[in-house]
Design a binder for this molecule. Structure first.
Ligand SMILES: O=C(O)CCC(=O)C(=O)O
Length: 262
């Protein structure tokens, strides 16, 4: 459970480092499952996630992205219901119901793992409204700037949809010191393995390349609240799994309830 000060900090910054939520044994089991699912990606006899690919498209700077590993792996299925994460997510969103929107492994191999450029999540999810989702990012390795920990721009969740501005940045180090007369501060967010880190869907964030000799494995759990509705005009890899009509509250077997107010 988060303290009142932590919830206030999240409202101010748009992100928050939580506490440890996984034991060493759980971390090891999830690492093995991640490796198995990536290895089995072309195996027709293995349950498959929604997506499993190197999203940079460049084999020299790979970032392995696995979407909805929870549908391919029982330990990851259990993770989406993690009681501490669900309870803290409810505190941060004020929701009375939480559903999983999707999950997402981002694995940056040692020495070669590429950049995840500056972005906001919500504009990349145009089949959802309003843009109020919150994500829980769980580290499966100790992460620091040298192996590609995330960086956040505090307060940027209050600046609206600025994805066009972020997409126009020429590279990871191109973030200006000011945006529309507001100071822009880039804060690296180191996290220990087994810890959770929360961010709002409009917070500017991304992660640099992994230049270290250590892998950087992590899973983001993206959640929806009882106010999240379907926008049929948008496109997203999860769109084929939506079972509700345009404008309806999101629900369905691929978006299970993970927490309800007692
Ligand atoms: O893992 C990363 O480097 C980025 C993850 C991310 O963008 C997210 O969880 O929204």
């Amino acid at each position: 459970m988060l303290s009142t000060d932590q919830v206030e900090q999240f409202k101010t910054d748009g992100y928050l480092r939580g506490g440890r939520v996984l034991s060493d044994e759980q971390i090891e089991a999830l690492r093995e499952e991640m490796a198995r699912v990536v290895r089995d990606r072309d195996n027709p006899d293995a349950a498959q996630p929604v997506l499993c690919h190197n999203f940079t498209g460049n084999p020299d700077t790979p970032v392995w992205q696995v979407v909805n590993i929870w549908e391919a792996s029982e330990p990851f299925h259990q993770l989406i219901f993690h009681p501490t994460i669900a309870e803290e997510m409810a505190q941060l969103t004020g929701a009375s119901t939480l559903r999983i929107w999707h999950d997402q492994i981002q694995y940056k191999p040692a020495a070669t793992g590429g950049v995840n450029m500056w972005h906001q999540d919500a504009p990349l999810w145009p089949i959802l409204a309003p843009m109020t989702e919150v994500s829980a990012w769980v580290a499966l390795d100790d992460v620091a700037p040298d192996n590609g920990c995330m960086s956040m721009v505090p307060g940027s969740h209050r600046w609206g949809n600025q994805i066009a501005f972020l997409n126009a940045l020429s590279g990871w180090d191109a973030m200006p010191a000011e945006f529309e007369d507001k100071p822009v501060e880039v804060r690296p967010c180191p996290v220990q393995k087994g810890e959770v880190h929360y961010h709002h869907a409009l917070t500017w964030h991304g992660s640099p390349a992994n230049t270290s000799a250590r892998p950087r494995r992590a899973i983001a759990l993206h959640f929806m609240t009882d106010e999240t509705r379907y926008v049929a005009s948008g496109e997203h890899v999860m769109k084929p799994f939506v079972e509700v009509a345009d404008g309806e509250v999101m629900q369905g077997q691929h978006f299970p309830v993970v927490w309800e107010k007692p």
